[in-house]
Design a protein around this ligand. Sequence first.
Ligand code: MRU
Length: 364
Amino acid sequence: MGNGDLRKGPDDSKVRTIVWDNPVLKLIDQRKLPFEETYYECKNSGEVAGAIKKMVVRGAPAIGVAAAYGIAMAALNFRGKTAVKFFAFIDEKISELSATRPTAVNLFWSINRMKKVIADNKGLDLDSLIDRLVLEAEKIEEEDLQVNRLIGENGLEVFENRRGKIKILTHCNAGALATSGYYGTALAVIRSLNRIGKISNVIVDETRPFLQGARLTAWELHREKIPYFVISDNMAGYFMSEGEVDAVAVGADRIAANGDTANKIGTLSLSILAKNYGIPFYVCAPLSTIDIDTGCGRAIPVEQRDGREVREVLGKPVIPEYMPVMNPAFDVTPAVNITAIITEKEVIYPPFDKNIKKIFDNKK
Ligand code: MRU
């Protein structure tokens, strides 16, 4: 497909995660999938922040796009007269959006892009500045689609020499629902492989506690008739030991400068299993997920979520309230467990610290 209107997508049956219907942001409600396909409407930036926090929208790139629109909406909703009041108002909304989820760096990356528009255009009249903010949010969304399509194409490189069809295991949802739509990151690679007839099966980890794999990834694959089956997270080792997994492909929430990668809780254990069985382990992510200012995984903040997500499944208690639980939402996979990082620019191979640095040095 060419570079036309990517928002229309290669196939209209594909998912629209985020719909900007100026001045309203419509988000497919990911808490309700796969049983209900409804859109959650945000009319101001506070509602966008709430939607990110409550996981109406989730997945690192999607959170970034939603936050950019949140800032654009704050600007559109400003009712004051002076620039001083406008900047103070926007700062307050940015702080609210920044405090939603700490791990996915795309949130901060897109907030910084919006901040730069403000900093670069301080001399403009307010109406023109507001227009620029709306345009920047639209650009961030559009670029995300392009980037994901390229991740899908670049991902074919690592399977080039592989004969026959591939059985690929994925964790959480790194699909259209985790991005601005249609492609995803790990699922972009799976979609590309499927397009050329190389997918034998996708093994979908259910991904407790929020069940992004079972509820969201399976839903996406089902719609596109890509062969898959769902397993509970503790079954991954069994399938690997049986020779049923040729590769693991996951997304990322933040990649440190040395390649250590924070992703959905459970990714670390998968990487250890994959290493044990000699199975390649691929991280698929845009360059905006690489946090060049964070040296290694230890420095990545890990979000701790409400224990109710562990105590309950789909809102039904599975253990009583009095039982203590823990709910870290992410873990960090050390770079040594990663075979390659598939980005929109290129596939990055070890040594990750050197090769990541090279890319960012060239970007300057
Ligand atoms: O808590 P979530 O659902 O936002 O976590 C999402 C993930 O961990 C994804 O794998 C990651 O954001 C990459 S999405 C392209």
